[in-house]
Ligand binder design. Structure first.
Ligand SMILES: C[S@@+](CC[C@H](N)C(=O)[O-])C[C@H]1O[C@@H](n2cnc3c(N)ncnc32)[C@H](O)[C@@H]1O
Length: 292
Protein backbone atom coordinates (compact mmCIF):
# COMPACT_ATOMS: atom_id res chain seq x y z
CA UNK A 1 0.00 0.00 0.00
CA UNK A 2 1.27 3.48 -0.76
CA UNK A 3 -0.10 6.85 0.25
CA UNK A 4 0.04 10.19 -1.59
CA UNK A 5 -1.19 13.42 -0.05
CA UNK A 6 -1.54 17.07 -1.01
CA UNK A 7 -3.67 19.93 0.29
CA UNK A 8 -6.51 18.00 1.93
CA UNK A 9 -6.56 15.19 -0.66
CA UNK A 10 -5.24 11.69 0.08
CA UNK A 11 -4.82 8.86 -2.41
CA UNK A 12 -4.11 5.27 -1.37
CA UNK A 13 -2.83 2.77 -3.90
CA UNK A 14 -4.12 -0.42 -2.34
CA UNK A 15 -7.02 -2.69 -1.56
CA UNK A 16 -10.16 -0.93 -0.34
CA UNK A 17 -10.99 -3.16 2.62
CA UNK A 18 -7.43 -3.30 3.89
CA UNK A 19 -6.88 0.45 3.57
CA UNK A 20 -10.15 1.31 5.30
CA UNK A 21 -9.42 -1.17 8.14
CA UNK A 22 -5.88 0.08 8.73
CA UNK A 23 -6.01 3.76 7.85
CA UNK A 24 -9.44 5.28 8.38
CA UNK A 25 -10.58 6.04 11.95
CA UNK A 26 -14.11 5.35 13.23
CA UNK A 27 -16.74 7.98 12.47
CA UNK A 28 -14.36 10.29 10.59
CA UNK A 29 -16.01 10.63 7.15
CA UNK A 30 -18.89 12.92 6.16
CA UNK A 31 -19.76 11.37 2.81
CA UNK A 32 -18.91 8.02 1.24
CA UNK A 33 -19.52 7.42 -2.46
CA UNK A 34 -19.08 3.76 -3.43
CA UNK A 35 -18.99 2.59 -7.03
CA UNK A 36 -17.43 -0.89 -6.72
CA UNK A 37 -16.81 -3.54 -9.36
CA UNK A 38 -20.30 -4.78 -10.35
CA UNK A 39 -19.60 -8.52 -10.89
CA UNK A 40 -20.45 -8.23 -14.58
CA UNK A 41 -17.14 -9.33 -16.06
CA UNK A 42 -15.56 -5.97 -16.89
CA UNK A 43 -11.83 -5.72 -17.15
CA UNK A 44 -10.27 -3.08 -14.89
CA UNK A 45 -6.58 -3.19 -15.91
CA UNK A 46 -5.34 -6.36 -14.12
CA UNK A 47 -8.54 -6.83 -12.16
CA UNK A 48 -11.29 -9.11 -13.46
CA UNK A 49 -14.70 -8.06 -12.24
CA UNK A 50 -16.24 -11.55 -11.88
CA UNK A 51 -17.06 -13.56 -8.77
CA UNK A 52 -17.95 -17.28 -8.86
CA UNK A 53 -21.52 -16.54 -7.71
CA UNK A 54 -23.81 -13.69 -6.70
CA UNK A 55 -23.62 -14.90 -3.10
CA UNK A 56 -19.82 -14.69 -3.09
CA UNK A 57 -19.91 -11.21 -4.59
CA UNK A 58 -22.36 -10.15 -1.88
CA UNK A 59 -20.22 -11.70 0.87
CA UNK A 60 -17.20 -9.75 -0.44
CA UNK A 61 -19.23 -6.54 -0.56
CA UNK A 62 -20.72 -6.90 2.93
CA UNK A 63 -17.23 -6.69 4.42
CA UNK A 64 -16.45 -3.30 2.90
CA UNK A 65 -20.01 -2.06 3.44
CA UNK A 66 -19.48 -2.73 7.18
CA UNK A 67 -16.24 -0.75 7.01
CA UNK A 68 -17.94 2.16 5.23
CA UNK A 69 -20.53 2.23 7.99
CA UNK A 70 -17.86 2.14 10.70
CA UNK A 71 -15.95 5.12 9.29
CA UNK A 72 -19.04 7.22 8.57
CA UNK A 73 -19.76 10.03 11.05
CA UNK A 74 -23.06 9.75 12.98
CA UNK A 75 -24.40 12.48 10.67
CA UNK A 76 -22.81 10.93 7.59
CA UNK A 77 -24.24 9.87 4.24
CA UNK A 78 -23.38 6.99 1.94
CA UNK A 79 -24.27 6.61 -1.75
CA UNK A 80 -23.89 3.06 -2.94
CA UNK A 81 -23.94 1.78 -6.51
CA UNK A 82 -23.83 -1.64 -8.09
CA UNK A 83 -25.41 -3.49 -11.01
CA UNK A 84 -29.19 -3.77 -11.22
CA UNK A 85 -28.99 -7.51 -10.56
CA UNK A 86 -26.75 -7.18 -7.47
CA UNK A 87 -28.56 -4.22 -5.92
CA UNK A 88 -31.20 -6.35 -4.14
CA UNK A 89 -28.40 -7.99 -2.11
CA UNK A 90 -27.02 -4.58 -1.12
CA UNK A 91 -30.43 -3.11 -0.40
CA UNK A 92 -31.50 -5.93 1.95
CA UNK A 93 -28.19 -5.79 3.80
CA UNK A 94 -27.95 -2.01 4.10
CA UNK A 95 -31.55 -1.36 5.14
CA UNK A 96 -30.89 -3.24 8.42
CA UNK A 97 -27.90 -1.04 9.20
CA UNK A 98 -28.62 2.43 7.78
CA UNK A 99 -31.69 4.42 6.76
CA UNK A 100 -32.19 4.28 3.01
CA UNK A 101 -33.70 7.65 2.09
CA UNK A 102 -33.85 7.25 -1.69
CA UNK A 103 -33.43 4.57 -4.29
CA UNK A 104 -32.06 6.61 -7.20
CA UNK A 105 -32.06 5.59 -10.83
CA UNK A 106 -29.26 7.08 -12.91
CA UNK A 107 -30.72 6.85 -16.37
CA UNK A 108 -28.92 7.52 -19.64
CA UNK A 109 -29.54 7.22 -23.31
CA UNK A 110 -27.44 5.36 -25.80
CA UNK A 111 -27.15 5.54 -29.54
CA UNK A 112 -25.93 1.94 -29.66
CA UNK A 113 -27.93 -1.29 -29.64
CA UNK A 114 -28.16 -2.47 -26.04
CA UNK A 115 -29.99 -5.75 -26.59
CA UNK A 116 -32.08 -7.35 -29.32
CA UNK A 117 -34.00 -10.03 -27.45
CA UNK A 118 -34.83 -8.20 -24.24
CA UNK A 119 -35.06 -4.63 -22.97
CA UNK A 120 -31.54 -3.22 -22.83
CA UNK A 121 -30.20 -1.86 -19.57
CA UNK A 122 -30.35 1.92 -19.58
CA UNK A 123 -29.91 2.75 -15.92
CA UNK A 124 -27.83 2.11 -12.84
CA UNK A 125 -29.29 2.09 -9.33
CA UNK A 126 -27.89 4.16 -6.45
CA UNK A 127 -28.85 3.85 -2.78
CA UNK A 128 -28.83 7.09 -0.80
CA UNK A 129 -28.43 6.16 2.88
CA UNK A 130 -27.75 7.95 6.15
CA UNK A 131 -26.78 6.86 9.64
CA UNK A 132 -29.34 9.02 11.37
CA UNK A 133 -32.46 10.06 9.49
CA UNK A 134 -33.03 12.85 12.07
CA UNK A 135 -29.63 14.44 11.54
CA UNK A 136 -27.90 14.41 8.17
CA UNK A 137 -26.69 16.88 5.54
CA UNK A 138 -29.01 17.64 2.62
CA UNK A 139 -28.44 21.00 0.93
CA UNK A 140 -31.71 21.04 -0.96
CA UNK A 141 -31.31 24.67 -2.10
CA UNK A 142 -27.97 23.89 -3.73
CA UNK A 143 -29.30 21.27 -6.13
CA UNK A 144 -32.58 22.80 -7.32
CA UNK A 145 -33.59 22.11 -10.91
CA UNK A 146 -36.20 23.64 -13.21
CA UNK A 147 -39.53 21.85 -12.80
CA UNK A 148 -41.02 20.63 -16.09
CA UNK A 149 -44.65 21.71 -15.97
CA UNK A 150 -45.43 21.18 -19.65
CA UNK A 151 -46.89 24.71 -19.77
CA UNK A 152 -45.78 26.95 -22.65
CA UNK A 153 -46.38 30.16 -20.70
CA UNK A 154 -45.16 30.98 -17.20
CA UNK A 155 -47.72 29.78 -14.65
CA UNK A 156 -49.21 32.39 -12.34
CA UNK A 157 -50.35 31.72 -8.80
CA UNK A 158 -53.58 33.73 -8.16
CA UNK A 159 -54.22 32.35 -4.68
CA UNK A 160 -52.60 35.19 -2.68
CA UNK A 161 -53.56 38.89 -2.52
CA UNK A 162 -51.20 39.64 -5.38
CA UNK A 163 -50.73 37.23 -8.30
CA UNK A 164 -47.17 36.01 -8.58
CA UNK A 165 -45.18 33.64 -10.76
CA UNK A 166 -45.14 30.03 -9.58
CA UNK A 167 -41.85 28.85 -8.18
CA UNK A 168 -40.51 26.64 -10.93
CA UNK A 169 -37.52 25.28 -9.04
CA UNK A 170 -37.64 21.95 -7.26
CA UNK A 171 -35.46 19.33 -5.60
CA UNK A 172 -34.74 16.60 -8.17
CA UNK A 173 -36.72 13.39 -7.91
CA UNK A 174 -35.08 9.99 -7.77
CA UNK A 175 -34.70 9.53 -11.54
CA UNK A 176 -31.58 11.33 -12.66
CA UNK A 177 -30.71 11.83 -16.30
CA UNK A 178 -27.04 12.49 -16.97
CA UNK A 179 -25.23 11.40 -20.14
CA UNK A 180 -22.53 8.78 -19.71
CA UNK A 181 -18.96 9.96 -20.20
CA UNK A 182 -18.15 9.91 -23.91
CA UNK A 183 -14.82 9.95 -25.65
CA UNK A 184 -15.28 13.47 -26.92
CA UNK A 185 -16.05 14.94 -23.50
CA UNK A 186 -13.27 16.91 -21.79
CA UNK A 187 -13.57 14.83 -18.65
CA UNK A 188 -13.00 11.50 -20.49
CA UNK A 189 -10.33 9.18 -19.07
CA UNK A 190 -9.29 5.73 -20.26
CA UNK A 191 -11.38 3.52 -17.94
CA UNK A 192 -14.34 1.21 -18.63
CA UNK A 193 -16.68 2.61 -16.00
CA UNK A 194 -16.04 6.32 -15.50
CA UNK A 195 -18.88 8.16 -13.78
CA UNK A 196 -19.84 11.64 -15.02
CA UNK A 197 -18.78 14.69 -13.05
CA UNK A 198 -22.38 15.96 -13.17
CA UNK A 199 -23.57 12.93 -11.17
CA UNK A 200 -20.94 13.45 -8.49
CA UNK A 201 -21.56 17.21 -8.44
CA UNK A 202 -25.17 16.67 -7.40
CA UNK A 203 -24.23 14.10 -4.76
CA UNK A 204 -21.41 16.10 -3.23
CA UNK A 205 -23.29 19.39 -3.33
CA UNK A 206 -26.36 17.87 -1.66
CA UNK A 207 -24.70 15.71 0.95
CA UNK A 208 -21.61 17.58 2.12
CA UNK A 209 -20.41 21.05 3.03
CA UNK A 210 -17.23 22.98 2.32
CA UNK A 211 -14.34 21.46 4.29
CA UNK A 212 -16.08 18.07 4.76
CA UNK A 213 -14.30 14.83 3.92
CA UNK A 214 -15.53 12.67 1.05
CA UNK A 215 -14.27 9.09 0.70
CA UNK A 216 -14.35 6.89 -2.42
CA UNK A 217 -12.99 3.37 -1.81
CA UNK A 218 -13.07 2.28 -5.50
CA UNK A 219 -11.89 5.44 -7.20
CA UNK A 220 -11.33 4.38 -10.82
CA UNK A 221 -10.72 7.68 -12.62
CA UNK A 222 -11.05 9.65 -9.37
CA UNK A 223 -14.15 11.56 -10.47
CA UNK A 224 -15.32 11.79 -6.85
CA UNK A 225 -12.10 13.36 -5.58
CA UNK A 226 -11.75 15.66 -8.60
CA UNK A 227 -15.27 17.01 -8.07
CA UNK A 228 -14.80 17.19 -4.28
CA UNK A 229 -11.67 19.25 -4.83
CA UNK A 230 -13.45 21.63 -7.20
CA UNK A 231 -16.06 22.17 -4.47
CA UNK A 232 -13.55 22.75 -1.67
CA UNK A 233 -14.21 19.47 0.09
CA UNK A 234 -11.37 17.20 1.29
CA UNK A 235 -11.08 13.75 -0.21
CA UNK A 236 -9.76 10.25 0.44
CA UNK A 237 -9.49 7.88 -2.51
CA UNK A 238 -8.49 4.21 -2.78
CA UNK A 239 -7.67 2.38 -6.00
CA UNK A 240 -5.98 -0.98 -6.48
CA UNK A 241 -4.84 -0.60 -10.11
CA UNK A 242 -1.66 1.31 -10.83
CA UNK A 243 -2.76 2.61 -14.22
CA UNK A 244 -5.81 4.24 -12.64
CA UNK A 245 -3.80 5.49 -9.66
CA UNK A 246 -1.83 7.57 -12.14
CA UNK A 247 -5.06 9.24 -13.31
CA UNK A 248 -5.71 10.27 -9.69
CA UNK A 249 -2.20 11.57 -9.13
CA UNK A 250 -2.65 13.83 -12.15
CA UNK A 251 -6.32 14.70 -11.79
CA UNK A 252 -6.49 15.25 -8.02
CA UNK A 253 -2.95 15.92 -6.81
CA UNK A 254 -1.93 17.81 -9.99
CA UNK A 255 1.25 15.71 -10.31
CA UNK A 256 3.03 15.89 -13.67
CA UNK A 257 5.11 12.77 -13.16
CA UNK A 258 5.42 9.69 -10.98
CA UNK A 259 8.47 7.42 -10.74
CA UNK A 260 10.01 9.21 -13.71
CA UNK A 261 6.92 8.67 -15.88
CA UNK A 262 5.06 11.66 -17.30
CA UNK A 263 1.42 11.76 -16.25
CA UNK A 264 -0.58 12.98 -19.20
CA UNK A 265 -4.24 13.22 -20.08
CA UNK A 266 -5.60 10.90 -22.79
CA UNK A 267 -4.38 11.97 -26.20
CA UNK A 268 -7.40 12.06 -28.49
CA UNK A 269 -6.27 11.38 -32.03
CA UNK A 270 -9.39 9.94 -33.58
CA UNK A 271 -10.09 12.47 -36.29
CA UNK A 272 -10.54 10.23 -39.33
CA UNK A 273 -10.79 11.72 -42.79
CA UNK A 274 -13.30 9.56 -44.62
CA UNK A 275 -13.87 11.60 -47.71
CA UNK A 276 -17.13 13.06 -46.33
CA UNK A 277 -15.70 15.53 -43.89
CA UNK A 278 -14.34 14.54 -40.52
CA UNK A 279 -15.71 11.56 -38.64
CA UNK A 280 -15.07 11.02 -34.93
CA UNK A 281 -14.62 7.49 -33.75
CA UNK A 282 -16.76 6.69 -30.68
CA UNK A 283 -14.47 4.89 -28.28
CA UNK A 284 -16.71 4.90 -25.21
CA UNK A 285 -18.56 1.57 -25.14
CA UNK A 286 -21.97 2.20 -26.61
CA UNK A 287 -22.71 -1.50 -26.29
CA UNK A 288 -22.02 -1.36 -22.56
CA UNK A 289 -24.76 -3.09 -20.66
CA UNK A 290 -25.01 -3.41 -16.91
CA UNK A 291 -27.37 -6.36 -17.12
CA UNK A 292 -24.96 -8.54 -18.98
C1 LIG B 1 -16.66 0.86 -11.12
S1 LIG B 1 -15.02 1.37 -11.08
C2 LIG B 1 -15.09 2.95 -10.31
C3 LIG B 1 -15.25 4.06 -11.31
C4 LIG B 1 -15.23 5.43 -10.68
N1 LIG B 1 -16.41 5.71 -9.91
C5 LIG B 1 -15.06 6.51 -11.74
O1 LIG B 1 -15.87 7.45 -11.84
O2 LIG B 1 -14.11 6.42 -12.52
C6 LIG B 1 -14.35 0.35 -9.80
C7 LIG B 1 -12.85 0.54 -9.56
O3 LIG B 1 -12.47 -0.25 -8.42
C8 LIG B 1 -11.15 -0.73 -8.61
N2 LIG B 1 -10.98 -1.86 -7.70
C9 LIG B 1 -11.37 -3.15 -7.89
N3 LIG B 1 -11.17 -3.87 -6.76
C10 LIG B 1 -10.64 -3.03 -5.85
C11 LIG B 1 -10.25 -3.17 -4.50
N4 LIG B 1 -10.37 -4.33 -3.87
N5 LIG B 1 -9.78 -2.09 -3.86
C12 LIG B 1 -9.66 -0.88 -4.48
N6 LIG B 1 -10.02 -0.69 -5.77
C13 LIG B 1 -10.52 -1.73 -6.44
C14 LIG B 1 -11.10 -1.06 -10.09
O4 LIG B 1 -9.77 -1.06 -10.57
C15 LIG B 1 -11.96 0.05 -10.70
O5 LIG B 1 -11.15 1.13 -11.14
Amino acid sequence: MSKYEKGGHIIYHGEALEVMKNEIPDESIDLVFVDPPYNIGKRFADFDDRWPSDAEYAKWAYEWIDECIRILKPTGTMYLMTSTQAMPYFDLYVRDRLSILSRIIWSYDSSGVQAKKYYGSMYEPILHCVKNRKSYCFNADDILIEAKTGAKRKLIDYRGDTPKLYNTKKVPGNVWKFPRVRYRMDEYEDHPSQKPEALLERIIRASSNTGDTVLDPFSGTFTTAAVAKSMERNSISIESQESYLKIGLRRVLSMNESDGEKLEAVKKNTKIKNGHGVKYEEKSGDLFSVDS
